[in-house]
Write a protein of this length. Structure first.
Length: 344
């Protein structure tokens, strides 16, 4: 049986469909139909449903067999449908653009198959990029839709790979994303330039990132991930995780006590916030003392028409009041917790 991936091509008119036991299926070529927009729409409205009777095929084969029935539009026809969607929000025109470019998504997804074994997942992400391209495409910029769509298809596939290629995410920073895309390429280029074993410092200089970022990302990309659930080398019934020692020294009783204490502190903070009536104190509490991203003293001073130093004094007084409140509320519990931390 012929591999459906190898026989898939953007310009094929006749293909063997493995889901139909080698039956010949003809793919309609829109370039040979009348240049009527109505004729094109009619073709799409009357496409056969190939999913019926093909339940035995795997999902990827079934998906590819469906693609062979979608017509191929030339650039001018795609341009006209893009204009219709842009000017009239014609959803059917957008759908036709998507269906006629699904082959393009498969073609691009295959380029990244070595990085990810599940090709169908890459195709799904590429289809998301194709939909995004249709939303953002400007048909009046003299750029072919397929050329523009390739950028979004690749972007979505690469973003998916970056976030799922390793158990630890490495694409959460700009440097991480840059290294994910270019680390191997930069190494190869440095080798061609005469550096047989490029150092992290050389790579960092070439890519314009910090050396520590190169070292961190290299640790994830160069070494295959190790599952804590897999059997440890030399052990039949012991996992890697079971051999790792716990250096924290805490017992389940300690962890429970810590969680209980933190819960009481949160309750005390909520109760203290309920006692605040002054508008400035309330802003200091919500926007500085308990906020993840704190506003500056200067910003609050401008808001309330006072100096930065006055806001600092109010904040110091509010902290003092809270300390007194929480000591009075928790009492011996706070003393016990602090003593245990000092002993530890």
């Amino acid at each position: 049986m012929v591999d459906p991936l190898d026989e898939l091509d953007l310009k094929l008119e006749l293909e063997l469909d493995p889901a139909l036991d080698g039956e010949v299926v003809q793919v309609i070529d829109v370039t040979e139909t009348p240049e009527s927009m109505l004729a094109v729409r009619t073709i799409f409205r009357t496409l056969p449903n190939t999913s019926e009777g093909a339940s035995a095929a795997d999902p990827l084969t079934l998906y590819l067999s469906q693609l062979r029935h979608y017509p191929v539009l030339n650039p001018d026809q795609q341009q006209r449908f893009a204009v219709l969607y842009k000017e009239e929000a014609d959803l059917e025109a957008a759908k036709i653009l998507i269906l006629t470019n699904l082959r393009l998504v498969v073609k691009i997804a295959r380029e990244y198959r070595r990085r990810w074994t599940n090709l169908l997942e890459l195709i799904q992400e590429g289809n998301v990029g194709l939909s995004e391209a249709i939303k953002r495409y400007d048909p009046y910029r003299q750029v072919k839709f397929t050329s523009y769509a390739q950028y979004w298809i690749r972007a979505m596939i690469l973003n998916y790979l970056m976030n799922h290629f390793q158990p630890v995410r490495i694409g959460s920073t700009r440097a991480g994303r840059k290294l994910f895309y270019n680390l191997k390429k930069a190494r190869a280029q440095l080798v061609r330039e005469g550096f047989l074993n490029p150092t992290p410092a050389l790579i960092a200089e070439k890519l314009g990132v910090d050396e520590k970022d190169v070292i961190e990302v290299s640790q994830h990309l160069d070494v295959p991930p190790l599952s804590l659930e897999q059997n440890a080398p030399g052990y039949e019934n012991t996992t890697v995780g079971e051999l790792l020692s716990d250096h924290s020294g805490s017992t389940p009783e300690d962890d429970f006590g810590n969680d209980e204490f933190k819960s009481r502190v949160r309750d005390a903070m909520t109760a203290f916030a309920a006692t605040i009536t002054d508008e400035r104190d309330l802003a200091l509490w919500n926007e500085r003392l308990v906020a993840d991203e704190r506003v500056t003293l200067s910003e609050l001073g401008e808001r309330f028409g006072v100096s930065k130093e006055r806001i600092r004094q109010l904040e110091a007084r509010l902290k003092k009041n809270f300390r007194e409140f929480i000591v009075e509320r928790l009492g011996s519990t706070l003393d016990s917790y602090m003593t245990s931390k000092e002993d530890g």
